[in-house]
Design a binder for this molecule. Structure first.
Ligand code: UDP
Length: 492
């Protein structure tokens, strides 16, 4: 092992898979750059990334996990439910917040005991700004979203353009942004449409960001430079895009395979073998992230559209507990697809990074979750955009209107991550968008996606924007540590 790390850090992810994955990739990047890293989480949440940390540790990198017991019994949760995940029953989510409140002093004590030089914490831990101030160390906030999404939410909060729209489906312009972007009231997250508890939480988060040393995004300069500048301007804070973090932190197949809930063995007729029989850029990857469940009425529309499209596909699909006719339909559909070799269904969790980099993949049907957008840009793939919840509708604007690498399915209504919502997108609309992406518009979309993919790869190389940001940030943090040490020695 090399010399002892000059900087010691703590990373505190939120309790939800798609916030854990990129923040842990960031933690691993800091360790890759010689910073000593301790990730604090609870046992169940650690299963999402422990294999990756073990791999890095075996490579001699200064990284480890510090586990804190989740107070399940205290808040009346069954063992194993420690996060806001797809299988977390809706009525249990307030109990997870209660558990977080119980854990807060425990986390704070660890900040004190482990004596880090800085902490990096998820946006949903706003209290950590004060905790870091007490210890006189920088807190850096991790944003799970894009610069565009944060900028768009900010202008809606500031100017309320949606209130001037004539109806919920009338389009209005998001004012003051680098591009002319339009949306409808129905596409806005509920907390922006009209104030609720979450609106208050988002205000607290913004305040905590202003009190932090700066923020980190899984983004890179060429992906959304206008929004990066805009965001820094309105917030008046420091911010660093160090993405694509999945590309940078997961450099070989073992890293990619270890990510998330991937199974050890693929089984006999694995997706890999199936995909390798397909032509280049011919297969669709259909996935809606880690948090979504569709009702069977929607799954049936997707299945029909995929079958009618004539394209080969991998579809990552989840049963939703409704059972009955829908479940039977899907079983028969899977059997039919297996026989014809047109489609491959993955139940639950897919090794997304490995699949996206396979040359047979030609495009995605995606919910526009930010991590997936960055991962597909990195793979140079166009996408059919089907936003659902969180800030997906803003991300769709980036993909379709700014970067012009996507075709919208025409989703009309935002919903909560743990609700089905009332909108069912029709098979014919799904089919038309797939047709446009894979046939009519395919060449232009693919060309632009390829240019962005090249930019993504340059960003993390020596001299690239993300690489420089990382280097500069680490240097700044070393400086801060030194000045603090000097202050302490010179203070009488
Ligand atoms: N992911 C995966 N396999 C799956 C589902 C998700 O590897 O079956 C990963 C994906 O690569 C991404 C993250 O989980 O890094 C999902 O984050 P995203 O922001 O795209 O969507 P969310 O889960 O927040 O809806």
């Amino acid at each position: 092992m090399g010399k002892e790390s000059e900087l010691k850090s703590i990373f505190l992810p939120f309790l939800s898979t798609s916030h854990i994955i990129p923040l842990v990739d960031m933690a691993r990047l800091f360790a890759m750059n010689g910073v000593d890293v301790t990730i604090i989480t609870t046992p169940q949440n650690a299963t999402v990334f422990q294999k990756s940390v073990d791999l890095d540790s075996a490579r001699g990198r200064p990284i480890r996990t510090h586990l804190v017991t989740f107070p399940a019994a205290q808040v009346g949760l069954p063992p194993g439910i420690e996060a806001f995940n797809v299988d977390t029953p809706r009525e249990m989510t307030p109990r997870i917040y209660m558990a977080l409140a119980i854990l807060q002093p425990r986390f704070e004590q660890l900040f004190h005991d482990l004596r880090p030089d800085f902490i990096v914490t998820d946006m949903f831990h706003p209290w950590t700004a004060e905790a870091a101030a007490k210890l006189r160390i920088p807190r850096i906030m991790f944003h799970g979203a894009s610069y565009l999404a944060r900028s768009a939410a900010h202008v809606v909060e500031q100017y309320a353009p949606h209130l001037a729209a004539k109806s919920d489906t009338d389009r209005f312009v998001l004012p003051g942004l680098p591009d002319r972007l339009e949306m409808t009231r129905l596409q806005l997250p509920d907390w922006l449409r009209s104030p609720n508890q979450y609106t208050e939480l988002m205000k607290t988060i913004k305040e905590s960001e202003k009190k932090s040393y700066g923020s980190l995004f899984n983004s890179f300069y060429d992906l959304e430079s206008g929004y990066y500048e805009h965001y820094k301007g309105v917030m008046g804070t420091k911010s660093w895009g160090i993405g694509p973090v999945s590309l940078w932190a997961n450099q070989d197949a073992s890293d990619k395979a270890a990510r998330g809930y991937a199974k050890e063995e693929e089984g006999e007729e694995g997706w890999h073998e199936w995909l390798n029989t397909k032509e280049e850029s011919s297969v669709l990857y259909v996935s809606f992230g880690s948090m979504n469940k569709f009702p069977y009425s929607q799954l049936v529309e997707i299945a029909r559209a995929l079958e009618d499209s004539g394209k080969d596909f991998i579809w990552v699909v989840r049963k939703n507990g409704e059972g009955g006719e829908g479940e039977k339909f899907l079983e028969e559909f899977e059997k039919r697809m297996k026989e014809s070799k047109k489609g491959y269904l993955i139940w639950g969790w897919a090794p997304q990074l490995l699949i996206l980099e396979n040359p047979a993949i030609g495009g995605l049907v995606s919910h526009c979750g930010w991590n997936t957008v960055v991962e597909s840009v990195n793979a140079g793939l166009p996408m059919v955009t089907w936003p659902l919840f969180a800030e997906h509708f803003f991300n769709e604007k980036l993909v379709v209107d700014v970067l012009k690498i996507g075709v919208p399915v025409g989703a009309k209504e935002w919903r909560n991550w743990n609700e089905f919502g009332s909108e069912i997108v029709k098979g014919v609309d799904i089919g038309n968008a797939i047709g446009a992406m894979m046939k009519e518009k395919s060449e232009e979309l693919r060309k632009r996606a390829k240019t962005l993919s090249d930019a993504a790869k340059r960003a993390i190389m020596d001299g690239g924007s993300s690489h420089n940001n990382m280097k500069e940030l680490i240097q700044e943090l070393i400086q801060i540590k030194h000045s603090k040490a000097q202050e302490t020695t010179t203070t009488p």
